[in-house]
Design a binder for this molecule. Structure first.
Ligand SMILES: C[S@@+](CC[C@H](N)C(=O)[O-])C[C@H]1O[C@@H](n2cnc3c(N)ncnc32)[C@H](O)[C@@H]1O
Length: 166
């Protein structure tokens, strides 16, 4: 499965900024993790226990580590980059979305990058749609600065930088 277009387009920028370590938050089938591994990044994978078991545990990939979603807050990985592609869309509501962004904050080093990508329309009827203004309202107050927006046909990807302590 091909990696998200946003990840492929931004990889030269990640390299230019000296990024070495990445956390694939809500990694699913690992399409983005596999891409980043091939590009030489050290990759941590985070998802629910069910998804880790299905896709990551016996993948044979040289992953830096696996994190079960419930453990995210405790890890403090200090990674250079966190990706969360199509994760905010599938969460239950504002409380769950805030918890994910806070977990990302705590696992990034100061100055680290956070790529948030959301589908413009829910692919399934139960998926909440997240708009660009909602992304900023959710993410910026937690301690991020917006760096770049990729407005694509079916998705919106926004790159943020961790700037302040909560
Ligand atoms: C639509 S998939 C996207 C997978 C991957 N990021 C991609 O772009 O292919 C959403 C993923 O988020 C995961 N997820 C759902 N709730 C989560 C949570 N609270 N914390 C972490 N991951 C979660 C799901 O298990 C699923 O793997």
């Amino acid at each position: 499965m091909v990696a998200a277009a946003s990840v492929m387009r931004l990889t030269p920028l990640f390299k230019a900024r000296g990024i070495c370590t990445a956390l694939d938050y809500g990694a699913g089938t690992l399409r983005n993790s596999k891409y980043l591994l091939k590009k030489g990044f050290r990759v941590w994978v985070l998802d629910t226990e069910e998804k880790l078991e299905k896709y990551a545990r016996n993948s044979g990939l040289p992953l830096a580590g696996l994190v079960e979603a419930g453990e995210a807050r405790r890890c403090c990985l200090e990674v250079d980059l966190a990706l969360a592609n199509f994760v905010l869309n599938v969460l239950g509501g504002p409380k769950e979305r805030r918890a994910v962004v806070e977990n990302i904050y705590w696992n990034l080093r100061p100055g680290g990058l956070y790529l948030a990508e959301v589908a413009k329309k829910g692919r399934e009827p139960w998926e909440g749609i997240v708009h660009s203004r909602e992304l900023d309202e959710l993410i910026v107050p937690i301690g991020f600065l917006k760096l770049k927006v990729l407005d694509m046909t079916t998705s919106l990807a926004v790159l943020y930088e961790k700037v302040t302590k909560m």
